[in-house]
Design a protein around this ligand. Structure first.
Ligand code: NAP
Length: 332
C-alpha cells in the first residue's frame, strides 16, 4: 500500500468533481488519476489536482498498477459494467449509489469482488455523515418510545443537462434509484426490513418513474410513507415518530447540512440537536472510511456491508415490481 491511498476516479461528471474536492480533506488520500470517455471532461480536474494523471478511456485507469482504489462515478446503469471492469483488474472499488440496477447485478458484482478478494463498497455516503449517526443514536435510544412512523419526501424538478441521465431507462433513470433510494435507506435504517411493501408511480415520458409513492408496513403496526418526485420541489425532509416524541431532519435530510429537531411528547416546542459541523460537501467521511478499510486489508466495509447493499437493492426490486418500473437490464 502506498503512503497515501491513491484514488482513481472513473467518470468525470458532477458528483466526481465534488468527491475530488472532498478528497483534499482526507489526510492520507490523493487523487492520483481521473478517467473519462473523452479528454475534455478531465480538464476540470486539472485545476483541482494538477498532478493527477488524465486518461481518455476507463481501461487505462484500471490497468495502472499504482492505483489503489477506484471511485465509480458514472450513471447507475453503468455501475455493473464498470465495477466488473475494475474488479477483474484487481482494483478496490467505491461504487456510487444506486449500486446497480437490480439485486441480480448487485449479487454478481459482490461475488466477483469476493472471488478476486478485492474491496467493494456502495458509496451510500449518508451512512457516514454525523447527522445520520446522531439520528440513529436518537431513534435507537428509546427517546421516541416505540417508533411507529417514518415519513420522508424528496423532490425537485430536474433541469438540463442532468435531466438526460435522470429520465433515461438504460441508465437507471427515475426517482427511485436516484433520490428515492435515500428515503428507502433511512426507513430501512430506522425500522428494518418491511413485512409488506406497497408502491405506485407516475411514469415520465420515457416510462421511468417521475413520481414514486411507497408504503412499508410492519407486523408491529409501524409504517413508513416514502415519496419521491421529479415533478415538484418538495421539502426533502424526514420525520421519525414514536409514542414519546418525534425527530425531524430538515431540508435536505440526507446531507450534513440538515438540522435535527426533537419534539418531545405532544409539545410543539422543539430542541435543536447539536451535530458536528462539516467541512466540504461531506463525501470525505466515506472516502476516509474506505482508506481505513484498505489499510486493514478488508474486502468489505463493516459499516456499509454487502448485506446492507443487497437489502437495499432487493427492497428496491420489490418496490419496482409493485409500482411497475422496469429497466432493460431486468429482461436478461
Ligand atoms: N452521493 C451523492 O450525493 C450523489 C449525487 C449525485 C449523483 N450521485 C450518483 O453518481 C452517479 C453519477 O451521477 P452524476 O450526477 O455525477 O452524473 P453525470 O454528471 O451525468 O456524470 C456521469 C459521468 O459518467 C460518465 N459516463 C460514462 N458513460 C456515460 C453515459 N452513457 N451517459 C452519461 N454519462 C456517462 C461521464 O463522464 P466521462 O464523460 O468523463 O466519462 C459523465 O460525466 C449516479 O449513479 C448518481 O446516482 C451521487
Amino acid at each position: 500500500m502506498n503512503k497515501k491511498i491513491r484514488w482513481g476516479i472513473l467518470g468525470a461528471g458532477r458528483i466526481a468533481q465534488k468527491f475530488a474536492s472532498d478528497l483534499k480533506l482526507v489526510e492520507d488520500a490523493e487523487l492520483f488519476a481521473i478517467a473519462s470517455r473523452g479528454k475534455a471532461s478531465t480538464e476540470i480536474f486539472a485545476g483541482l489536482y494538477p498532478a493527477a494523471l488524465q486518461y481518455d478511456n476507463y481501461k487505462a485507469l484500471v490497468q495502472n498498477p499504482e492505483v489503489d482504489v477506484i471511485y465509480i462515478a458514472t450513471p447507475h446503469g453503468l455501475h455493473y459494467e464498470h465495477t466488473m471492469l475494475c474488479v477483474q483488474h484487481g482494483k478496490a472499488v467505491l461504487c456510487e449509489k444506486a449500486f446497480a440496477l437490480n439485486a441480480r447485478q448487485a449479487k454478481e458484482m459482490i461475488a466477483a469482488a469476493q472471488t478476486q478478494q478485492v474491496f467493494l463498497m456502495e458509496a451510500l455516503w449518508s451512512k457516514f455523515i454525523p447527522s445520520w449517526q446522531k439520528m440513529m443514536e436518537m431513534t435507537g435510544a428509546g427517546k421516541l418510545g416505540e417508533i411507529k412512523n417514518v415519513l420522508i419526501n424528496f423532490g425537485f424538478i430536474p433541469l438540463e443537462p442532468v435531466a438526460d441521465r435522470l429520465f433515461n431507462p438504460a441508465l437507471g433513470g427515475g426517482t427511485l434509484l436516484d433520490i428515492g433510494i435515500y428515503n428507502v435507506f433511512y426507513a430501512l435504517s430506522v425500522l428494518g426490513k418491511p413485512d409488506h411493501i406497497e408502491a405506485r408511480m407516475t411514469p415520465a415520458y420515457t416510462g421511468v418513474d417521475e413520481q414514486c409513492a411507497i408504503l412499508f408496513r410492519y407486523n408491529n403496526g409501524a409504517m413508513a410513507q416514502l415519496f419521491s418526485s421529479y415533478s415538484t420541489h418538495l421539502a426533502t425532509e424526514a420525520d421519525i415518530s414514536g409514542s414519546k416524541g418525534r425527530v425531524r431532519l430538515t431540508h435536505r435530510f440526507y446531507t450534513p447540512d440538515t438540522t435535527i429537531e426533537f419534539y418531545p411528547g405532544r409539545a410543539d416546542a422543539k430542541t435543536v440537536v447539536p451535530v458536528q459541523p462539516t467541512e466540504g460537501f461531506g463525501y470525505h467521511y466515506e472516502a476516509r472510511h474506505v482508506g481505513e478499510c484498505l489499510r486493514k486489508g478488508l474486502t468489505e466495509s463493516p459499516v456499509m456491508t454487502h448485506a446492507d447493499t443487497l437489502l437495499l437493492m432487493e427492497t428496491m426490486d420489490e418496490i419496482r415490481e409493485k409500482a411497475g418500473i422496469r429497466y432493460p437490464a431486468d429482461e436478461i
